[in-house]
Structure formats: C-alpha cells, structure tokens
Design a protein around this ligand. Sequence first.
Ligand code: KIV
Ligand code: ZN
Length: 419
Amino acid sequence: RQKSSSVICSSRRDYVPNYIQDPNYVRIFDTTLRDGEQSPGATMTPKQKLNIARKLAELGVDIIEVGFPASNKADLDTVKSIAYEVGNETKDENAHVPVMCALARCTKEDIDKAWECLKDAKFPRLHVFLATSDIHMEYKLRMSKEEVIDKARSMVAYARSLGFTDIQCCAEDAGRSEKEFLYEFLGEVIKAGATTLNIPDTVGFNLPREFGQLIADVRANTPGIEDVIISVHCHNDLGLATANTLEGVYAGARQLEVTINGIGERAGNASLEEAVMTIKSKRELLGGLYTGINTRHIFETSKMVEEYTGMQVQPHKAIIGANAFAHESGIHQDGLLKNRSTYEIMSPEDIGLYRANESGLILGKLSGRHALKSRLSEIGYKINKTELDDLFWRFKSLAETKKVITDDDLIALMSHPVI
Ligand code: KIV
Ligand code: ZN
C-alpha cells in the first residue's frame, strides 16, 4: 500500500491520504480496542493495547478507534500514549500511519478529552455519537428530536473549533431510527462539519436487505452526503453482522467498522477477517472494491487478540478458527490431494497461516487411504499397497478411540507392522 503521508488538501478531506480517494477503496476502521474491549471480560492492559495497535498498523487498518477517553482515566492515558506511539511517523519512513480515533459523547467535556489525547497524532479523528431512534431518544436521552439535532450540530461545530478536521458523527441505533428524521439529522451534522457518517445497527436487529436499503436511502435522501464517507457499524445479535456490513458496502458505504475475531458488546461486532477476506475473494462481483489490509497478518493478529482478551475463538469460526482449513472426511481429503481448490476457497497462506504439515489434512476416523498414504510419505514412509491395506485398518481402529491421529501415532503404527 502507499504510505499515508501523501495528503490531499481539500476543504473537507484534508486528512485523507490520496489512495483512499479511489471510489473503490473500502476503508477499514478497527474498533477492537474500543467496542471490542466492551465485550464482557475482555479488558486488556495498556501494554497489551499498545501491542495490538502496533499490530493493527502493520495489518494496514486505515483507522484505529483507540478508546473512549472520557469513560475513565486509564482509557484516557492509553489513548494518549497509543496516539503518540502509533499515530506518528516513525524512523521507518515507509511505515503506514493509521488515523487515530477516539469516541466521545456529544458533550464538550468528552470532546475536550478526545482532543487532549489526539491533538499530536498525525491524523486525529473524533467519533462523536448521539442516538436517533425514538426508543433511545425517549427512554435513554429524554430529548426531543429538535434537541438531538441541535446538540449534535453544536458539538460537531465545537469539535471543529478545537482543531478537529476529521469528524465522524454517529447516529446511534440508526438501524431502528425513523428514516426522515435520520436524513435530517445527518444533513445537519454534515453542514456543521462532519466528514464521515457512521450508520450503525447498534442492536444487530436489521436483515441484510433492510440494512442495505437503509444505506441506499441515506445516500439518496441526505443533503450533502456526496461530500462525506458513509461508514457501517454492525452488531451480531442475530449472527448477521458481517452480512449486513457487506450489504452496506454494496449500497455505497466506503468504511467498515469491525473488530478482530468479531469481539464486541453482547454477540460482538462484524469481524475484520470475514469482511476483508470476503471483499478480497469476491472483488470482481463487488465491482472491483478492495481494502488496504495486508491479509498475511490476519492470523497473527487474531492470535494476539485471543491471547490478550482470553476470548477463545470457536474452532469452526470462519477464516481464523482452528478448523477453518482442516479437512477430515475421506472424500474431501481425496479431492484436496488432487487439487486444493476442490474444497478450499482461499489459501491459508493468504491469512498468514502456515500448515503444520504440507497437506493440511487432519487424520481421524473419517479419513481415507489416500490421505493416510500422503501423510506417511510426508513424514518419510514409502509403503506398498499390501502394507497400506494392513495399516489402514489398524489406523481406523485407533481413530475410533481418539479424535486426531498424530504423526507420533503413525510412527507407532509403522513400528508394529502385522505383516
Ligand atoms: O454500536 C454502536 O452504535 C456504537 C456507537 C457508540 C458507535 O458502538
Ligand atoms: Zn457498537
């Protein structure tokens, strides 16, 4: 990717590196350190967060949401130190410098704290939010529609007066908001100086087609929308976060808010690895869209987040689960040995996963002779058909007693031939 120091200075987007002016470029906004850390039990130490931020920069994310400085003093200190350490040019002049973003409610105190943390970063961004759904305005905010618009407009203007030029404004619970009101809210914050609009499905309640339609409607009806970037932020309460995110892109969003391993509030957020690998795998069908992610860092980043948060990735999790590239059934193993694309839609090396054995096959009770012979040959045994027939049945009886047959098991079987 091109490094982000080449900046286009237009009135609005003076912070935007020029490679992302391409209409097909999809920005990746990673919120592992903010929404991800809001997963129950996922708290990380400041040092761990710094390590993750460095890894996210290496992964090539465009924007890192480093935290919510007004939520507590520890978060404020961490955001400040990450913005300084990761959000500035280093000695390596080719290193990618991501935008540093902090979350704030629509209050001067929150915005002041965000500015205090970010002002020395190379590309500082404020992410300010206010709810726009009837249910949130009535029960949580106890504010009228006019008050909500007034507050958002004045706080965006206040942020500009402090020095923020990159301002993301979020209509919290947009997925359940009344559309006419949403267009008005968004149009007003654009006039006040917002440069990115975040349209979240805060409670993960939208269907993909419903969410795609929402983004299309926002694009068609919001005054001034052509001057800003639309961002989507989807939660996974119905298991639809990634699907909704991709529908959002299809409808014109050019920023995706995601987390590593999909961690986040309740059932989590859309996962970075799923969204990015889908865009990469389906680039043609998606009209040439692409991201700046160096996908070969995905696996390592996922492992780091898993270790630090203690939130274990389920084995069958798409892209990064332990079984995502494991094949046990005999028919599948036979197909793979003939041509990997029979049962693999991407290669594990694309996400930086290097197989423990060349074939990548898991030997177990469903495996066939072909896979057994292939693994034996990888570990140095050349056997003829009679030997294979004998070994295969002993292998099958052993596999009835344990889940996975290891190389040591094979060596033990080979050292006790029956014939
Ligand atoms: O889910 C959500 O709406 C959020 C916003 C506060 C950005 O996380
Ligand atoms: Zn969220």
